[in-house]
Design a protein around this ligand. Sequence first.
Ligand SMILES: O=C(O)CCC(=O)C(=O)O
Ligand SMILES: [Fe+2]
Length: 586
Amino acid sequence: MMAETPHSDDYAARSMKARPRDGRAWDGQRHRAPGPDMQGYSGDPSLQRALTTVLRAFPTLFHDLCDNCQNVLESRLTGFAEGETSDHSARSASNLPSSRSASYEEGFRASNRGRGPAISSGNTRYPSDNRKEPYTRSGDEGSYDQSASNGGSYSSAFANGKSSGKDSEANSWGNTRKLLDYNENGKEQIKEPSYHVKPAPWPALSRNGHQLHNIQERLHYEENGKEQNGEPSNHVKPAAWSHASRNNQQLRGIQETVTPYKNAVTNLSNSTLSAAAVTPDSNSKNSTSSVTVRKSQSNNSVAAPRSSGSASLTEFEEEKSNGSRNMKEENKAVEQREWMRFQEVVAKKDFVCLERIKGRLVNVAEGLELHTGILNVPEQERLVAFALELQNRGRNNELMDRTYSEPRKWMRGKGRVTIQFGCCYNYAVDKAGNPPGIVRDETVDPLPKLLKATIKRLVRWHVLPPSCVPDSCIINIYDEGDCIPPHIDHHDFVRPFCTLSLLSECNIVFGSNLKIIGPGEFEGSLTVPLPVGSVLVLKGKGADVAKHAVPAVPTKRISITFRKMDPDKIPLGFVPEKDLQDLTPL
Ligand SMILES: O=C(O)CCC(=O)C(=O)O
Ligand SMILES: [Fe+2]
């Protein structure tokens, strides 16, 4: 028999027959892509809306219901005939459609690679039942081992060229099962496949991603090697003095070096706010209740910002500080522009992706947030140029040994270049036998100024709380076909953490059981497009119950993951960055 897919005619016909069990006429929407709020449910739209509303108000609702009530509610919402469950759960990932139906496809941007819906299969692992959110734990996380066993061997697929110990990224996230007390439960599956979120409503951002191609050629760097005082960084072990000193000097050089578009930033962010670049389409559906848009209340007027007190945008738009009247006025203008841009940020915080875990429906997307409009085009360009410059320096051995690493051999799904600052993070046991996590007696380069400026932006603009200011980060440079395989970020880093998307848009997939379909091909129960210039925040179940992965990217992409280290795990001799202390949100 031919494999059934959710979009095959036969499947649809049978679903239609089986569907109405309460006498209601089926609305024919069964195979349409549901909205972003009800991933996985496509029954009666009014019921979907009702549940969405309820879930917004009571995100943990399903935790509080007994199994029977859950089942009744679920069957009312899906209107699904019992017999269908096994059909769904029987389908394996290899039976998934390679393309979606027209109705599903429509609205998806051409730049998004069309992935079929992911379906939970029999080897989902579940957290222990009486654990209430947040799912906190200490130690390692797992997923790679599991993922590899699901669909293909990743153990050799991520061998790494430098000594960063990525020879077996597949083994890097072991032991979750022990820590989370996961159980096997192959019986109960979600009855409906989950779908991707609706088309992202930020065409301008996507366009801008394309504009960023070839920017290396377009950017003109100013060389500036002035400030080289030869001091070792606080992060550096005494033994590493000379090496670190050299690298820190070089790094400072980089910080000062890549300063294109400084004036452009000021000009663009003035009054026009370079709105085309960062402002979501006001007609987009995401401008509705599911997102937060901080618009000024009064007509065209800008609410006065609270006195900035702490730092401003620094690298992106520096405050002048010589005390003259002009400077004070200019600083005020800078603050106002920042405030205006902050008002334009759109934050989507109501992701819902229900999975049945240990017999209960769980919103595995709880805690995810997508903030768009955080960086405008010139700011993105500066960061991209900076990342590429760092990559060059890494290739020339001008960065510390563990700062820069790249896959030994390029092939689809092979991995990506990583550049780490603040701490050395091991994806897998390294050659020295260090386990996955922060390697406490290793040193990497300190956070560069531009990345600290970005961190300040994230805190000031309420993307990350001031209690969780990142002190480390990893720049991921994905060439076409590169990916990051399914994982949960290590608990040597506290929650929330976030990842900033640059250069081109791609999808990130989430799910408690991500499937490896092929090299760099992963499928989960939720797919979120990441617009250029956006920041995805991960916490709660979205960080710790769902794994995430970035499938092979269609075109070159850069992301920067910002994370705060667990204070007990910080590298020996690490001294916190002074200018990242006491940050105050706008
Ligand atoms: O590239 C991304 O957006 C995700 C990166 C990520 O998951 C990580 O660095 O842990
Ligand atoms: Fe991650």
